[in-house]
Design a protein around this ligand. Structure first.
Ligand SMILES: [Zn+2]
Length: 165
């Protein structure tokens, strides 16, 4: 395995809802931070599981393979959703990595935009409670953060990204 993940850069800690992953040092933008690991299952099978809302740790790589990231050894499963995230997922030869999209300060929670279908399936009636959405709710005139526009996907796609390059 490539040395792209350094456990010293993050730790699991208490987040707003349950657990989250937090930076233990300042992390620069553009850094491959952590790999989303787990068993690969056929995406067809993953879609059936999603219909039953039975596993929120499925991360689709493409139409063929999905990673089942439910093992606790997969620390990336603790990364919570934000509509204004500080990492983005990228797939590279069947592996899924989270890369920082801006500088993350020590102590800051590491977040990713999991996309609308994931939110519809696994978020309760209160909807998204990320900091960006809470700020938007405080200011009723403000719409959702613009950062979420870039990651909007077709509703048929789950927690998935297109391979870059
Ligand atoms: Zn949100």
């Amino acid at each position: 395995m490539a040395k792209t993940t350094k456990p010293s850069l993050y730790r699991v800690g208490r987040a707003r809802t349950g657990l989250g992953l937090f930076a233990t040092a300042d992390i620069p933008a553009g850094k491959l931070l952590i790999e989303y690991t787990g068993n690969r299952i056929p995406t067809r099978e993953a879609r059936e599981i999603d219909k039953r809302r039975a596993n929120k740790y499925l991360f689709e790589i493409d139409n063929r393979f999905t990673i089942d990231g439910s093992p606790r050894s997969n620390l990336a499963r603790y990364v919570n959703h934000s509509c204004d995230p500080n990492t983005e997922a990228e797939s590279n030869r069947g592996r899924m990595m989270f890369r920082t999209v801006r500088k993350i300060a020590e102590g800051e929670e590491i977040t990713l935009d999991y996309g609308e279908e994931h939110m519809e399936l696994y978020f309760g009636p209160a909807g998204c409670l990320c900091d960006a959405c809470k700020a938007a709710k405080r200011k009723p005139s403000a719409s959702k953060p613009s950062a979420s526009k870039a990651t909007k996907r077709k509703s048929s796609e789950r927690k998935s990204v297109k391979a870059r390059r």
